[in-house]
Design a protein around this ligand. Structure first.
Ligand code: UN1
Length: 503
């Protein structure tokens, strides 16, 4: 028995027997394998329609009381969640690593991101501010007030199995919403462990059910959630194929969505850049999380004057990347999430070759237990290769030469996705142009900072095919509330707006 699993209440091989009230009773068993060695970690009972209904009605029932609880009081409960996460940080991080394969320091970073998010939400709970407007009528007051929305659906991906849930859940909770979470079927154990910790705290305060969970296949449970009129907002992270399904289903019933979909993030290195810094940023951006972040660096746009030298150094740096067991502290890159991700990568590499790309490093599948290990890959790419327009969720980096800053920006923007972007330069002018309205068209634009590893204080999300949603910091809380404009007449007259005299 691994200690950290016991600490999180997970029985190896047979998790379903101890899932407690909130969890499923009627669906098929789901086998959960670790990408580390292909071992079966546990079996999870999936939700069926009656389970879904139970979680949903419990949430709706508790919403009536949750929304009546003052927001700072809800914040206090989220503060206790942040404390609990601090206590369980190591155990949860190990579970993230075991279940989806990111290296342990990144697993720890992910749980830290949850903690940071909870802390931020505690502060937000005292500041869900509306505005006051000047009325055109005497003794009238106009204000904008934000009310809880109700039930929020959260669909999360395997690559950030808990942090992205936390972006949504802690904000939704302080806003007075209740929620139902459908995690990726790759990572149900972290979802179960987190839900159990959260509901332990909620139950102590009489609010069990605010944070509901349904584990189940997208076709059955996911579809049910998308078409459920009781859910005014769905926040979904994942592929464009999934995002389109969510958008269409929600639109049909006038539901709102927050979509965080594909990225195709470029990192520009100008001729005057600090190349050591750029090198480190590219390495973390392209190889970190084995290239499985939405923010992973996928395109490296190199100024022609430094391109060749920089690529030479990058190839050397890739040669130092230790690939192996992500729980081992010496490892820099763990496995991909599953063998189908490996197949997708191998297919992409075939296509790259067919389209005239030159592989200058890696790209092979490694012969190790579990079958999920690959070498990270660098491709000298032509800018018009069709595959460069697509996001392959794997450590493939396309290096493309650019002529000048205008060219860099045009190539950076010349893809359907618009999540993250970055420029390395010491030039004030390049940096300003890149971050101006004439520059990057992405939701994130960084200077001398890589494409991945955003802090939670800013709003996270992107434009174009990335879906347009924003999560985490800034004023993204507004998406989790409904806005009401109120006009209050405290005079003894009944004047009409626009000066209309009627009857
Ligand atoms: C994701 O890959 O879906 O900015 C989220 C980052 C992380 C979050 C990534 N803080 O890379």
């Amino acid at each position: 028995m691994r200690d950290f699993l016991a600490e999180l209440g997970i029985e190896e091989k047979n998790f379903g027997a101890s899932t407690g009230d909130f969890f499923a009773t009627e669906g098929e068993w789901l086998d959960v394998f670790s990408p580390i060695d292909g071992e079966l970690i546990a079996k999870v009972k999936q939700a069926g329609p009656a389970d879904y209904e139970r979680v949903m009605s419990k949430g709706i029932e508790v919403f009536a009381r949750w929304r009546m609880t003052p927001a700072p009081r809800r914040g206090e409960i989220v503060r206790q969640m942040a404390m609990a996460l601090r206590e369980k940080k190591t155990a949860l991080a190990k579970l993230v690593t075991l279940e989806m394969g990111k290296i342990l320091p990144e697993g720890e970073g992910e749980v830290q991101e949850m903690i940071d998010m909870a802390d931020l939400a505690v502060g937000m709970s005292r500041q869900l501010c509306g505005q006051v407007f000047q009325s055109e009528r005497p003794k009238h007051r106009m204000v904008e007030v934000w009310h809880p929305l109700g039930m929020v659906g959260i669909i999360s991906a395997f690559n950030f199995p808990v942090a992205v849930w936390a972006w949504n859940a802690f904000v939704a909770a302080v806003c007075g919403d209740v929620m139902i979470w459908k995690p990726s079927s790759q990572t149900p154990l972290t979802a179960l462990a987190v839900t159990r910790i959260m509901n332990g705290i909620l139950a102590k305060h009489g609010f069990a059910g605010v944070m509901g969970l349904v584990v189940g296949p997208g076709r059955a449970i996911g579809e049910r959630l998308l078409n459920d009129r009781r859910i005014p907002l769905i926040s979904a992270t994942g592929s464009n194929t999934m995002g389109e399904r969510v958008a269409v289903a929600a639109a049909k019933r006038y539901g709102n969505t927050i979509l965080e979909l594909g990225g195709n993030n470029a990192l520009v290195v100008m001729e005057d850049a600090d190349l050591d810094m750029a090198l480190r940023a590219v390495l973390f951006g392209a190889v970190g999380t084995a290239g499985q972040r939405c923010t992973s660096t996928r395109r490296l746009l190199l100024h022609k004057d430094i391109a060749q030298g920089f690529l030479g150094r990058l190839v050397k740096a890739y040669g130092q990347v230790r690939i192996g067991d992500p729980l081992d502290t010496n490892t820099v890159m763990g496995p991909l999430v599953n063998t189908s991700a490996v197949n997708d990568m191998m297919n992409a590499i075939d296509t790259i070759k067919k389209q005239g790309g030159e592989i200058i490093y890696g790209g092979a599948k490694l012969n190790r237990a579990g079958g999920c290990y690959v070498e990270p890959c660098i491709v000298k790419a032509k800018r018009d290769m069709p595959i460069v327009q697509d996001e392959t969720f794997a450590p493939i980096l396309y290096a493309i030469e650019i002529d000048n800053i205008d060219d860099a920006i045009a190539v950076q923007n010349g893809v359907p996705q618009g999540l993250s972007s970055s420029i390395f330069t010491r030039s004030f002018k390049y940096a300003e142009q890149f971050t101006s309205h004439m520059g990057s068209d992405c939701g994130i634009a960084n200077v001398n900072v890589g494409t991945s590893g955003a802090e939670i204080g800013g709003a996270f999300g992107g434009e174009k095919d990335t879906g347009g949603g924003r999560e985490a910091g800034s004023d993204s809380w507004k998406a989790y509330m409904r806005r009401q404009t109120q006009t209050i007449n405290w005079s003894d007259e009944m004047p009409l707006a626009q000066g209309i005299s009627f009857g």
